[in-house]
Ligand binder design. Structure first.
Ligand SMILES: NC(=O)c1ccc[n+]([C@@H]2O[C@H](COP(=O)([O-])OP(=O)(O)OC[C@H]3O[C@@H](n4cnc5c(N)ncnc54)[C@H](OP(=O)(O)O)[C@@H]3O)[C@@H](O)[C@H]2O)c1
Length: 280
């Protein structure tokens, strides 16, 4: 990405994708993208526009989804819009029915929709709904939907992609309890399901993402000057994982950070508490 800083170039090296290999893998296939109205999901839709895939764009904001669909069609692609709220079980049921009625079934299911909240416990005392909502969008909704549409994915020997976060593999950070608990729940569920899915002929990919410069991190000022990936770059990584059938995608430096966090667990806890006390 040309606008990356030197450090970002180092942390997030370029991802080469074989245009013809994408077309071979995706032409005529049905690709469901949840969270297709903004950020990573929107960029995925644009990237797949020239592949001959039939896209199903899912999110709450219908007018934005219609805009994405129009852009896809302007570039020769095919898309339909299915607005749904993943945090609402009746909306997920309706969406699942619509997906099961698609001609030809589902070939790729990209579980990408997500909601993030950063809030201290002291400001969460009357906000239990923060926890139920993040659990709904990041865990319970995707699981409910996947369970319903799984027969269609199995029948097509399809591919499920779970968009996860590096944070689920690292010690939890203060103020992120709602987000991290829900993303960890989904990660654990998916990791447990992977052997069963693969035994049924379904491919799986988990992509563990670092910070990505989307509206999700925009409210957190502290991230303005922290290295972050571009959502277009993330879309290319997801796409490459799809045609190469890669099981796990993570930044090259993640194992080093995981090892350091294991060795430095106690000092990290001490430092987090010390910093929070100083801010009081
Ligand atoms: N950005 C990061 O730093 C980062 C880091 C690690 C992992 N991730 C993961 O990457 C994925 C995509 O995030 P992003 O950065 O692209 O964020 P984003 O720009 O905020 O997009 C999130 C998408 O999810 C949809 N969504 C949110 N709540 C929904 C609901 N209740 N029902 C249906 N759709 C809903 C949003 O659409 P509507 O608002 O229209 O519903 C939007 O399309 C998420 O799973 C996130 O956890 C992001």
């Amino acid at each position: 990405m040309s606008h990356y800083s030197l450090l970002e170039h180092l942390l997030f090296p370029p991802t080469h994708i074989g245009e013809q290999r994408i077309v071979n893998a995706m032409a005529g296939k049905t690709v469901v993208i949840t969270g297709a109205s903004y950020g990573i999901g929107e960029q995925l839709a644009y990237l797949f526009a020239g592949t001959g895939a039939k896209m199903v764009l899912v999110a709450r904001t219908e007018d934005k989804l219609q805009h994405v669909k129009a852009e896809v069609e302007r570039h020769g692609g095919k898309a339909i819009v299915l607005p749904a709220n993943l945090a609402d079980p009746s909306s997920v049921d309706k969406l699942a029915e619509q997906l099961l009625n698609l001609q030809g079934g589902i070939d790729y299911f990209i579980s990408n929709a997500g909601k993030s909240i950063r809030r201290p416990l002291s400001e969460s005392l009357d906000r239990y709904h923060d926890f139920t909502r993040t659990m709904g969008v990041n865990y319970l909704g995707p699981v409910q939907l996947l369970l319903k549409v799984l027969p269609s994915i199995v029948q097509n020997r399809g591919h499920i992609i779970n968009v996860s976060s590096v944070s689920v593999l690292l010690p939890p950070a203060p103020r992120w309890a709602a987000y991290q608990a829900s993303k960890s729940a989904m990660d654990q569920w998916f990791r447990s399901a992977v052997p069963e899915l693969e035994a049924s002929g379904v491919c799986t990919t988990t992509i563990y993402l670092p910070l990505v410069r989307t509206r999700m991190i925009a409210p957190t000022e502290a991230y303005n000057n922290v290295p972050a990936m571009d959502p277009v770059h993330v879309a290319r990584k997801v796409c490459r994982a799809m045609y190469k059938k890669q099981r796990i995608i993570r930044p090259w430096w993640l194992p080093v950070v995981e090892l350091a966090s294991l060795l430095l667990r106690r000092p990290w806890q001490w430092w987090s508490t010390y910093k929070l006390k100083k801010q009081k």
